[in-house]
Write a protein that binds this ligand. Sequence first.
Ligand code: SF4
Length: 340
Amino acid sequence: MVVHICCSVDSWYFLQKIREKYPDEALIGFFYNPNIHPESEYQTRLIDSRRSCEQLGIAWMEGDYDPENWMAATRGLEEAPEKGARCAVCFDQRLLKTAELADRLGHATYTTTLLMSPKKDFSQLQNAADRLSLHYQARFIIEDFRKKGGTQAQFALAKQMAAYQQDYCGCLYALRAQRAAQNRPALELVTPLQGPDRLADRHRLYQKREALERAGQSPLLIRQRKMGWHLLKGGLWRLDGEAIKSEILAYSVGRYHLNTPLKRVDDEIALLQKQPGVVLARSFADRHGPSSASIRQALGLGPWDITPIFIVKSLPRGPLRVELEAVLDEESGGILAHFQ
Ligand code: SF4
């Protein structure tokens, strides 16, 4: 039986139940999810689904990551809600490749861990399988392991196995809708030009855990929640449009775009007049750096301050155009630890 795997949270419990119910079947886990965006998120889910199969002694295969085809198939359905028309197309695509693989490998049956997800519509999955039954030999196995406490047992097992817990279904459109409903920017769609890239860091974390476990170690994954600072854009300009080379100090938070006079405090410090904000000469930052907290302390603002601070070589004269879009957001991360 080819078992399409959408993610590791849904896979641990489902694979065990399927094996229990179909003890004579040789199972193959098949990770085919071109819906997942961005690619670093796809890679993290892939690694963790492979881990669940490896630890359960189940063969595992990866399908093509072909998000362009998925995007083309769902064009025009970008705004459809979850459980709507876009999800039907998404299931069609993923189950089609699974049925195709089952036929190619000579397996009589196939199924999907999507059946385990409380947010998926069972009838949409059944309808997709019914359509495929006209074209493929392999028979779809539909099992509802969610009943009788299955969902709770699934989450408890995923927690016990420290599975990677994604916080959105997978596609770009669901992610955007979810973040808009949460009134949070979709930072998963931002790749920093410099500084930490949280999705890449998370991918490396799960990659490292996999490598350590394959080497026979048992690292403990300690989940973290932390505050992240994200600079989306910002800068200083003279009113004639000439850009002023500037750096924005970490944890400068704000959203504004305005022309403002400056009030000079001394040769190194000037204050924006229309919004909280400081323009600082590089000599001051160099003397009190290197950290954002130490520079803020030296200004008397305190280590937890989030006032926007722009660092320039020397203080400009005259009013400025100031642009800033920088947010704080809660992030999940983790560290690997060994306990003797
Ligand atoms: S919300 Fe989930 S199931 Fe629906 S289209 Fe997006 S990734 Fe696919």
